[in-house]
Every structure is written in structure tokens, then in C-alpha cells.
Write a protein that binds this ligand. Structure first.
Ligand SMILES: [Fe+2]
Length: 472
């Protein structure tokens, strides 16, 4: 028993470098730069199987574009966790939902030690002038963007405290700084929000917000004047984390009676200007947020609860159990009134959406039209991410790309030079073709959402998470 798309959750061992991929169609002449993608590619070590999609060892993939051609290179990220597993044939570091076997005492010492995983398999960013792979522990691993060779964990020049972070930093193009936060587990736990100016390795604290129960937050929102954390009621029990012997994420509990808190922090002086409550919900991915007088509009891919995490265990995704596959998030627009603290939301589309992306440089923090993402046939519960969607948030129009037996990953928007319109550019997505047993890089015209070209890769690329496009 297995799902049709299980190939996307199977290990890819091969590391290759190809100068020219076979292209069908035609790439825009202006397209130049490199798409670097991150995601898990090894799901077992010896006889031990990783349990969760988020656990697999990171592999980087780079597609470089020049003169209408595409080159490709892929390499495992040589994190300490990966090297240990490769060299010793066993799991040595605690992953998101898979742990090495340890005694309670070893576990106690490991939580706050480097034996918590540095397997940075979630996203890519450029921090402190370095290209880095990111995970939810603050251990960014630098790599060479051309060869994908691992260069090592970058060291910050500060001592900002925090155990976990997000792999979704924001970037402010006008202030030329990245923004993110650390969650520090302590007798008084805090969310430590910080900025990291370009060319600097010193994180500057913007604000430290206390919390009585740290929440699992995968991303957050940025507006012109505020940082917004949505504290879902999926909260960690610190004693359990230290003593239960359960893998990291299994120490979080869904406590819907807490509701969700919208924590609105001023970027100027760090003051908490909003602490607004709504009914409970959960999300991985914020989409965008912007200000409108005394209101913040915040778009997010929302779930009724955090059970989606449990549905991303590999045995479920591969169809090895009779448990249901996860349903995708609902595109919600929250309105947060900073004067009254009232929070309400509207559903912006009937299309479910995940791995959302926007024209970040033009649209982030602004009122905007378009969100791109992966979607799914909502009438077929046995399906996975089988389409790309483009949703116009103003006229609610939906455009879809779909091909039978093909499973696309996160769509990345790349603007064309001198673009004026928000959707002037291309969309890139790595697509698994289960009929042919390989993946291809799909390039769509972002405006018409139709195919311009595809470049075939000789092997399957396991389903990944996030990628970025750079002028490398
Ligand atoms: Fe993510």
C-alpha cells in the first residue's frame, strides 16, 4: 500500500552537476540568476527511519540561468547531524520528530546543547553577507551558492538568547535589514525580536515579549511600522520537553481555550502596541500584512488546529496507514483593530493554499493583489499538492496550473527587469512527475499563469520546502 506520489518522500542519494538541462519551451532572454532550493532528501539512517517530513536531511539544489540555458547542481548540506549519520550510520542529533535513543539524563543535557539538530532543511537566506540554509534552531549554515559546498555554521557577534527561531526571516528593502525572532525557554520565557542590518553579524534586539507558554510559530508578519507574531495555542510544556523523552514537537500541546494572540510590536521603540485575541487557529505560513490607519490586515494560510503537524508523518504521507492525508490551509484575511483590539477574519478564496509566495520586493507590507501557492483538489481527500494556484485577492479570480501525475513544490516569483505590474515576471516550481519518475523545473509566465518552459532533471527531487532566487 502506498500513495501515488510516495516517490516524493523517498531518499535521493545522487549528487550531480549538469551544465545544461534539456529544456522544452523557451526561457525569457532576461532570465539570469540562480534558484536555490532546500528540502529533505534522506529519510533513513541505517535501519532507522525518519518519522516526519520535517526530519529528512537537507539537500540543496541550484538551478542557474544564463543565455536561455539552465545548469543544475545538488548536494547534501553537511550539517553536523548529517555528517554524524553518514559517518556513524546512526542518528546522533534530535530532529523535529525523530530522536536518537538517549537516557533521560542525556536528554536533559542535550536540549540546550549542540546535539539538538543543525539539519537546516527548511529555507535559504542571505544573512551577514553569507548564503545560508536555515532551520528552526538558530544555527544558519553557510554554503557556496555556486558549488553548494557547505562552509559551516555562521557565528553571530552578539549573545541574544534563544533556543528556537523561524526559518522565515523578513527583509526590509528600504532599511536594508533582516528581521526575525528567537524564542527563549526559561522561567520567564520570551520572544526576542531582532533586526540584523546588512553586512553585520550583530543582531540588535527590537523587543523582548514575555510569554507564559511559548508557542510553535513557523513564521511571522512584517508591516511598515510593526512586527506581528501570531501566538497560536500550540504551546510547549518545558518540563515535558526536558523530561518526557519525546521528540521536540511532541512536547507541544493544543490548548484551544487559550485562543490565538496577535502580538503587535512597534519596530521603532519595541513597544507592544497590540495584544489582541481571536478564536484558536494554527498556521505555518504568513502571506503578507499591511497597515490601514488603525488596522492591520494580515493574510495567512490557516488551519482550524495544529493536527496538520501530526498528518505530516511520513507513514501517512506515503499511504502506509489508513489515516487521512492533511488538508491544506484556508486563505484568511485577519483584520486587527489596534484601537479596540478586535480581531475578525474573512475567507479570501475557496481554494486551499500552502507554501504561499508573493512578489516580495514590490508587495510585502503593501496592499497587494496576488498570492501564489501550491493547492490541492479539495474534493479528493486522497490527493496531495497537485496544482499551483494564483489568487487575486482583490477580484478573487483564481488561476490554476495542473498536469496529471505531477506534484509541484513552492512557486517562487521572479520579477522581470523594470517590471511595473505586480505579476510581471515568472514563477518557478520544482515539479515531481511520478509517471516518468523524475522532477522538472517548471517556468510559468506569472501574469497568464501558463507554461513558458520546463527543464528536466535526471532524478526525482524529494518534496522540499522553500527556495530563493538570487543574482549570484
Ligand atoms: Fe515554511
Amino acid at each position: 500500500m502506498s500513495n501515488k506520489f510516495s516517490l516524493g518522500f523517498s531518499t535521493l542519494d545522487k549528487e550531480i552537476s549538469i551544465e545544461k538541462l534539456t529544456i522544452t519551451g523557451r526561457l525569457p532572454a532576461w532570465l539570469s540568476g540562480t534558484l536555490i532550493r532546500n528540502g529533505p532528501a534522506r529519510f533513513e539512517v541505517g535501519d532507522i527511519k525518519m518519522r516526519h517530513w520535517f526530519d529528512g536531511f537537507s539537500m540543496l539544489h541550484a538551478f542557474s540561468f544564463a543565455q536561455g540555458q539552465v545548469s543544475y547542481v545538488n548536494k547534501f548540506l553537511e550539517s553536523q547531524a548529517y555528517q554524524y549519520a553518514r559517518d556513524k550510520g546512526k542518528i546522533g542529533y534530535a530532529e523535529f520528530a525523530t530522536d536518537p535513543c538517549r537516557s533521560i539524563f542525556q536528554r536533559f543535557t542535550q536540549i540546550f546543547s549542540p546535539s539538538f539538530t543543525d539539519n537546516a532543511n527548511v529555507n535559504i537566506s542571505k544573512l551577514a553577507d553569507k548564503y545560508v540554509a536555515l532551520t528552526e534552531l538558530p544555527l544558519p549554515i553557510e554554503f557556496n551558492p555556486q558549488t553548494l559546498e557547505t562552509l559551516g555554521v555562521i557565528k553571530y557577534a552578539d549573545a541574544l538568547p534563544g533556543i528556537t527561531t523561524t526559518a522565515h526571516p523578513h527583509y526590509d528593502f528600504s532599511k536594508k535589514e533582516s528581521l526575525n525572532f528567537l524564542t527563549n525557554f526559561s522561567a520567564q520565557s520570551t520572544y526576542n525580536l531582532y533586526r540584523l542590518p546588512d553586512h553585520s553579524a550583530t543582531r540588535e534586539l527590537v523587543s523582548s515579549i514575555p510569554t507564559d507558554a511559548p508557542s510553535y510559530m513557523h513564521s511571522f508578519a512584517l508591516t511598515e511600522n510593526y512586527l506581528v507574531l501570531v501566538e497560536y495555542p500550540f504551546v510547549v510544556n518545558l518540563f515535558s520537553l526536558l523530561l518526557s523523552g519525546q521528540p521536540f514537537i511532541e512536547n507541544y500541546q493544543w490548548q484551544p481555550e487559550r485562543g490565538a494572540r496577535f502580538l503587535v510590536v512597534s519596530r521603532k521603540d519595541g513597544k507592544l502596541v497590540g495584544n489582541c485575541k481571536s478564536e484558536a487557529f494554527f498556521a505555518f505560513h504568513h502571506i503578507n500584512a499591511f497597515e490601514n490607519e488603525n488596522e492591520i490586515t494580515l493574510d495567512i494560510s490557516a488551519y482550524p488546529d495544529a493536527s496538520v503537524i501530526e498528518k505530516l508523518y511520513l507513514d501517512i504521507l506515503r499511504g502506509e496507514t489508513d489515516k487521512e492525508l492533511p488538508r491544506l490551509g484556508e486563505l484568511r484575511r485577519y483584520h486587527i483593530n489596534l484601537e479596540t483590539s478586535a480581531v475578525k477574519y474573512e475567507v479570501m478564496s475557496a481554494e486551499p493554499i500552502e507554501l504561499p509566495r508573493i512578489n516580495y520586493q514590490l508587495a510585502n507590507t503593501k496592499k497587494y493583489h496576488f498570492v501564489y501557492g501550491v493547492g490541492s483538489d479539495k474534493n479528493n481527500p486522497n490527493n496531495f499538492l497537485d496544482r499551483l494556484v494564483k489568487i487575486d485577492l482583490q477580484d478573487k479570480n483564481v488561476q490554476i496550473w495542473h498536469q496529471n501525475d505531477c506534484y509541484p513544490g513552492e512557486p517562487v516569483f521572479i520579477p522581470s527587469p523594470n517590471a511595473i505590474k505586480e505579476d510581471e515576471g515568472v514563477i518557478m516550481s520544482v515539479v515531481l512527475n511520478v509517471q516518468k519518475g523524475n522532477s522538472f523545473l517548471l517556468v510559468l509566465d506569472a501574469s497568464s499563469f501558463t507554461e513558458l518552459a520546463r527543464a528536466e532533471v535526471p532524478h526525482h527531487i524529494p518534496f522540499g520546502f522553500h527556495g530563493q532566487f538570487y543574482q549570484v
